[in-house]
Design a protein around this ligand. Structure first.
Ligand code: ATP
Ligand code: MG
Length: 417
């Protein structure tokens, strides 16, 4: 049996989990102030949900899904992303019937069969938000401003916000014909997947990672330049909100993102410091997705952020994150009776929220003190028969070496004060 975790998966070990908890708490607190509420969705869904919700011609659906038949012969897929599941839940539970907008966030693991490399895993974690019911450009700006706030709060400065306007199905139709004509002339230069995309969904070619396809696209017409007046006005209004909030951005006419059901605003936050996988966060408006998945027309806008990539950016920027917390007190015990008393004392302290620790290895008192040192206990206390009889002991501060006598009944108050 192999003891190696499957390719593309990671363990988040105790030495690192405090960093994750800190980042996750920061994200939750920010959602709280923006009034986005958490939604928790299943790890797997019916395969069809992703085929329709992400789009058949996307890399995710065409190449990357973990799909299998369950014992009831249903085709099941491990979630490759969050939006489709959130929309399914929004519809299933009639959240659209509440006063709108519906503002949701999620923190999930995702599964994609990809070639593992730095910043690209097969199991990875995403944080994302979705806002339903609001078509106004102010909603797009709010979602973007939430991402910006996350980076500001974490102290990340060197990320670029790239924006594009991909129009609506009506302006995209004329554009698709134009793009198709352009690409058909250069069909033989495209990769195999894109030759197929060309027929079914030519804009997807922009999403291709292959260099040859990207070089073909250099002179291709851009959807940004072909959108209808309504879509143009929506985008301009949205950027005027960003201007008002002092959020800097760049136009990147090559971003198309998820596409099929995406519309108007699309955006990415990109880092130049973490290698090829520099997109930390991607999002956009999806005014046609809810309808596509069986609901009444309902606008939506959201984004997803890779948490591993966010941590890579933090590390790269030299931003220090919390380490696991050390014990405030270690109680060393001499003998069986004292060990029981120590158990009672640490229990009382822990119930009061104090980080207390004791021995479980039947170590000698000397070895217990050595261990207390190793785990960097802030204070130690040695408990023997004399201490128990007197109900008093010496509380030693490890860093200074200073000791003070404390009454065992008042230990808790000592740490709470
Ligand atoms: P990429 O262009 O890097 O393949 P994507 O367009 O497939 O990204 P999305 O589906 O938009 O990515 O997912 C949102 C975010 O999730 C990405 O910006 C990235 O931070 C993260 N992400 C996506 N795929 C992976 C992966 N395989 N491993 C780690 N993080 C990922
Ligand atoms: Mg991808």
């Amino acid at each position: 049996m192999s003891l190696k975790a499957p390719k593309g998966t990671i363990d988040i070990l105790p030495k690192d989990s405090a960093k994750w908890q800190f980042v996750e708490k920061t994200l939750r607190d920010i959602c709280d102030s923006f009034q986005f509420k958490e939604i928790r969705i299943p790890v797997f869904e019916h395969t069809e949900l992703y085929v329709r919700g992400v789009g058949e011609t996307s890399d995710v659906v065409s190449k990357e899904m973990y799909t299998f038949n369950d014992k009831g012969e249903r085709s099941i897929t491990l979630r490759p992303e969050g939006t489709a599941g959130v929309v399914r839940s929004f519809l299933e539970h009639g959240l659209y019937a509440d006063s709108q907008p519906t503002k949701l966030y999620y923190m999930i693991s995702c599964y994609r069969y990809e070639k593992p490399q730095a910043g690209r895993l097969r199991e990875f974690r995403q944080f994302g938000v979705e806002m339903f019911g609001a078509a106004s450009p102010a909603a797009d700006a709010e979602v973007i401003s939430l991402v910006k706030h996350i980076f500001d709060k974490l102290g990340i400065q060197n990320l670029t916000l790239n924006l594009n306007n991909i129009g609506c199905p009506s302006c995209r139709k004329a554009y698709n014909d134009k793009l198709k004509a352009f690409l058909t002339d250069r069909k033989n230069d495209l990769c195999e997947t894109c030759q197929e995309r060309l027929e079914r969904n030519p804009m997807r070619v922009f999403d291709c990672k292959s260099e040859v396809c990207q070089s073909v696209l250099k002179d291709a017409p851009r959807i940004y330049d072909c959108v209808c007046p309504e879509c143009k006005a929506h985008f301009e209004e949205m950027t005027s909100y960003l201007d008002e909030m002092g959020i800097a951005y760049q136009l990147d006419k090559s971003i198309v993102r998820g596409l099929d059901y995406y519309s108007r605003t699309v955006f990415e936050f990109v880092s130049n410091d973490i290698g090829a996988q520099g997109t930390v966060c991607g999002g956009g408006r999806y005014d046609y997705l809810v309808e596509e998945l069986g609901g009444k027309p309902c606008p939506g806008i959201g984004f997803a952020m890779g948490i591993e990539r966010l941590l890579m950016v933090l590390e790269n920027a030299g931003i220090s994150l919390p380490e696991p917390k050390e014990p405030q007190l270690y109680i060393a015990a001499i003998g069986k009776e004292a060990d029981k008393k120590a158990a009672k004392l640490v229990h009382t302290l822990r119930c009061a929220g104090i980080r207390a620790e004791k021995d479980y290895m039947e170590r000698s008192v000397k070895a217990q003190m050595k261990y207390a040192n190793k785990i960097k206990a802030e204070y130690t206390l040695v408990l023997g028969d004399d201490e128990i009889a007197a109900n008093k002991a010496q509380l030693k501060q490890m860093e200074t070496g200073e000791s003070q006598e404390v009454c065992l009944d008042e230990l808790k108050e000592k740490f709470l004060s």
